[in-house]
Ligand binder design. Structure first.
Ligand SMILES: [Zn+2]
Length: 125
C-alpha cells in the first residue's frame, strides 16, 4: 500500500469518526431504568411499515420508516418497554408496555419519556 493510499484511508477513518461522534451526540439517550427497574435496550432497528399507518414523521415529514427498539426488564428479561425515534429529527418517545387486562390481547403504551425534535437538523423544525 502506497503512502497516498494510506493517507486517503486515514482521512476516511477520521471523517467516519467525526460523523459517528456527531451521531452519538444527537441520538437521545434511552433511560437505563424506570421506577428502579433496570432496562436493557436492544439495538435500534427500522420499524415495520404498516399499510394502514402513515410512516412519515409528524414533526419533520421524514418519509420513514422510523426507528424502533425494545427494552427488556425483569428477571426473565421480557420486553417491557419500547422507544420510537425519527432518524432525521431524532424526536423520540419512550413507552412502558402494559398488556391489556381485558378484551383482545394487545399492549397499552404509556409514555415515560419524550425527546423533542432537534431543530438544528436540516429538515427539522
Ligand atoms: Zn422527524
Amino acid at each position: 500500500m502506497g503512502d497516498a493510499e494510506l493517507a486517503a484511508l486515514q482521512a476516511e477513518v477520521e471523517a467516519l469518526r467525526v460523523e459517528l461522534a456527531a451521531q452519538q451526540r444527537t441520538v437521545p439517550a434511552l433511560p437505563s431504568e424506570h421506577d428502579g427497574t433496570p432496562i436493557t435496550w436492544r439495538p435500534w432497528t427500522s420499524a415495520p411499515l404498516l399499510s394502514h399507518v402513515d410512516a412519515a414523521c409528524p414533526q419533520c415529514a421524514h418519509p420513514g420508516p422510523s426507528l424502533l427498539t425494545f427494552g427488556l426488564a425483569g428477571e426473565k428479561q421480557k420486553i417491557r418497554f419500547q422507544a420510537n425515534r425519527c432518524p432525521a429529527c431524532q424526536e423520540t418517545r419512550v413507552y412502558r408496555r402494559e398488556p391489556a387486562a381485558y378484551g383482545l390481547p394487545r399492549v397499552i403504551l404509556h409514555e415515560i419519556a419524550y425527546h423533542p425534535p432537534r431543530s438544528e437538523v436540516p429538515g427539522g423544525r
